[in-house]
Design a protein around this ligand. Structure first.
Ligand SMILES: C[S@@+](CC[C@H](N)C(=O)[O-])C[C@H]1O[C@@H](n2cnc3c(N)ncnc32)[C@H](O)[C@@H]1O
Length: 252
């Protein structure tokens, strides 16, 4: 191999290492963030959205079909609760979450609501799911995709674990279509949300990450492209509140 070949090899290795380091930093940052806010997470959701996140999540889960559910990035378990209320306890739910504080909190919350039957809690990242191929009828992700370190890898994993007739439902912050709403929304996320976090959650800075993560999140159509690239079919989305929030659906 000539000197140019060797240099290209080193460059490739360097870029690979750099990506791994960057990914590890991102994962650790997100994990620390949720460890520091898990107790106030539900309160902040109600404050930030004036309670509207409840209705939006409930509506999003109407896209699920009968059968079992894998709820990724489950956090405090909201989507799992709506699914259980909609389909009853014959339909099993697996709640997946990498942050142990969040997952323990979800366990307590569901227990307080007497949701015990056919429930499993698993600590894992969406990018590496500890399940067999073709296991689930539904996969849901509530306000989680934005935080994933490698969205494409996560989508590959989701497709792998979905049954051939399985459905994916993703709800997350997105990009408003009207530029005035987009501008006001970015101001709201950047300045008012951190202020609310200070007042209601005694938080000093973690909620600043929200504006940053929403700004960097792919647009509605970019997510469709990513889903299609991963091999999902019938990919679609619906904007809520002019696109402040979007619900994406896809089939395996
Ligand atoms: C904003 S919370 C969403 C909680 C809940 N699903 C909801 O709708 O309110 C995002 C969650 O994503 C989790 N998360 C971050 N990175 C993840 C990853 N790579 N795989 C799975 N979950 C992840 C975080 O630990 C956090 O609990």
């Amino acid at each position: 191999m000539g000197i140019i070949g060797r240099l290209l090899g080193w460059l490739e290795q360097y870029l690979k290492m750099n990506k791994i380091r960057k990914d590890e930093n991102h994962t650790a940052r997100v994990d620390n963030l949720f460890s520091s806010i898990y107790r106030k997470y539900d309160l902040m959701n109600d404050v930030m959205s004036l309670g509207s996140h409840r209705l939006l999540k409930k509506q999003a889960m109407k896209n699920c079909q009968k059968g079992n559910l894998l709820d990724l990035a489950t956090g405090t378990g909201d989507l799992a609760i709506y699914f259980r209320r909609q389909f009853g306890s014959d339909n099993s739910i697996t709640l997946v979450e990498p942050n142990s504080e969040m997952l323990n909190y979800a366990k307590l919350r569901l227990a307080k609501k007497y949701i015990f039957d056919n429930i499993e809690y698993v600590t894992a990242y969406a990018e590496q799911l500890p399940f067999k191929d073709n296991t689930f009828d539904n996969v849901s992700i509530g306000f989680g995709l934005r935080n994933f370190t490698d969205k494409e890898q996560a989508l590959h994993e989701i497709k792998r674990v979905l049954k051939p007739t399985g459905k994916l439902i993703v709800i997350d912050f997105s990009h408003p279509t009207n530029f005035i709403i987009r501008f006001l929304n970015s101001l709201y996320l950047k300045y008012l949300v951190p202020l609310f976090a200070k007042i209601f959650a005694g938080d000093t800075g973690e909620y600043k990450y929200l504006a940053e993560s929403v700004a960097q999140h792919p647009s509605q159509s970019e997510i469709i492209e990513l889903m299609e690239k991963t091999g999902f079919k019938n990919c679609d989305y619906i904007n809520k509140l002019n696109g402040i929030i979007a619900v994406h659906t896809a089939e395996k």
